[in-house]
Design a protein around this ligand. Structure first.
Ligand SMILES: Cc1cc2nc3c(=O)[nH]c(=O)nc-3n(C[C@H](O)[C@H](O)[C@H](O)COP(=O)(O)OP(=O)(O)OC[C@H]3O[C@@H](n4cnc5c(N)ncnc54)[C@H](O)[C@@H]3O)c2cc1C
Length: 413
């Protein structure tokens, strides 16, 4: 081991989680921080996202992560001299059924108890806040003025610049291929090195990210991580004067998993199909696209006549309970491996990403964090089949019920 290179922290994956976590760790004073990226920085989910950012989480934990992340986006320019393009537009989360309304009002009460300035608005009030939205076909919803969106490619640029300024070493086109651990005197194993396509790096600390590829990153490390990947589709409609205004609240039709917001004078909308099987996104499902356009036009009638300017299907990460994974890697007996942290935003890396990255850096360096109570978010919440003992976050996209890789083989080392 004495002749191989050495780092104080190795981060796997240069998406938004690995990018910001490495920056935070380096700015906290760690010596050599190396990020291993099998492709190019941002080439995973992080450059393909829709950029929706909300503090309206479905649990106190996700409210906390959303708030921390929005505060971070707001202070980025002062702190780092770079920004992710955060734009405050407000966010309406609509209720269509009576059940939606009951759940929505409970959610608002929970969020208000945490000090969030969220409120319930009627259908008429919602349509007054966003004049392109009809007042029919819904029962109003929850509304928070301070939610908004970032520009995902600009976020990749922001963390890439921040990494460089902080002195993080980025190794692109270098794949993580394995983890070396050794037994300690008192029992648990500890990290001693990572293996990469460019050779091994000795280190005591590793953060594993991977977004939609996190399960395979885990397998290379000898861990079972119930993290999934599935198609998510986003389209942008051509410009219209009604959208080319300073500020229109974003809208989420939560029951259909359909959301929309202003983009370049037009309308961006995105959706997940709960019937999609887990796996990499390769194609656009055009019949589903037509159904989503119909659904959108029922809420935003003037969208009906607008042409499509862009559309893309990309692979999104998700977890079985739609919550982040933040905690130590576990050995096959379920014992924490010293120095190893696993981090996933579970498909919400724009809204929770900086918060998740901050927690990952905190847990790795200090063993604790002030951002949120992360004690429930580790891999130990999942059983052998990848089922979580936590309740599912009620405000999430309609992801598949299973990650589809609980039975995949795990490397042993
Ligand atoms: C179409 C779409 C729309 C979305 N919209 C939103 C949204 O509006 N709001 C929101 O909050 N979230 C959204 N998301 C989710 C968000 O983009 C992700 O949660 C987030 O980008 C995940 O960040 P990450 O760093 O964990 O993963 P990634 O960005 O995927 O980064 C992981 C990196 O790890 C690398 N990697 C993988 N395996 C290895 C290996 N063996 N060795 C080295 N490197 C490896 C990959 O190449 C990749 O660059 C969207 C996602 C998609 C696809």
């Amino acid at each position: 081991m004495s002749r191989i290179e050495r780092a104080d922290l190795v981060v796997v994956g240069a998406g938004t989680i690995g990018g910001w976590a490495s920056t935070f760790a380096k700015r906290d004073g760690l010596g050599r921080v190396v990020v291993i990226e099998r492709d190019l920085a941002g080439s995973g989910a992080s450059s393909r996202a829709a950029g929706i950012v909300r503090a309206q989480g479905g649990t106190p934990t996700t409210v906390g992560l959303g708030r921390w992340s929005i505060d971070f986006y707001r202070r980025q320019q002062d702190e780092l001299g770079t920004d992710s393009g955060f734009r405050e537009l407000g966010y309406l989360i609509l209720a269509v059924t009576e059940d939606d309304e009951r759940a929505g009002r409970e959610r608002v009460a929970m969020q208000q108890s945490l000090g969030l300035d969220v409120r319930w608005v009627t259908a008429t009030e919602a349509a007054a806040l966003n004049p392109t939205l009809t007042a029919d076909g819904h029962r109003g919803g929850s509304y928070l003025d301070t939610d908004g969106h970032i520009d995902p490619p600009r976020n990749v640029r922001a963390y890439s610049l921040a990494m460089q300024q902080a002195g993080v070493e980025l190794r692109e086109r270098t794949a993580f291929t394995g983890l070396r651990t050794e037994a300690t005197a008192n029992g648990p194993r500890r990290v001693v090195a990572v293996e990469t396509s460019g050779g091994p790096i000795a280190t005591d600390r590793v953060i594993l990210t991977g977004g939609p590829s996190l399960a395979s990153v885990g397998r290379a490390a000898g861990l079972r991580i119930p993290a999934g990947a599935v198609r998510h589709t986003v389209a942008v409609l051509e410009p219209h004067d009604a959208f080319a205004v300073e500020r229109l609240p974003m809208v989420f039709d939560i029951g259909a998993g359909l959301y929309w917001r202003q983009e370049e004078g037009g309308l961006l909308f995105g959706w997940s199909d709960p019937h999609d099987r887990p796996g990499e996104a390769r194609t656009i499902d055009w019949p589903m696209y037509e159904r989503m356009r119909e659904r959108l036009a029922a809420f935003v009638p003037l969208a009906r006549g607008l042409g499509t300017r862009k559309i893309w299907a990309a692979t999104i990460d998700f977890t079985p309970d739609h919550l982040p994974i933040l905690g130590p890697g576990l050995d096959p007996d379920g014992r924490p491996i010293d120095g190893l942290t696993v981090a996933s935003a579970g498909g919400h890396g724009m809204m929770w990403g900086p918060g998740v990255a901050r927690v990952a850096a905190d847990l790795t360096i200090h063993g604790r964090t002030d951002v949120i109570d992360a004690s429930d978010l580790g891999l130990d919440r999942f059983d052998e089949q990848g089922r979580s003992r936590l309740a599912t976050d009620p405000i999430a996209l309609p992801f598949p019920a299973s990650t589809g890789d609980a039975d995949a083989p795990v490397a042993t080392r």
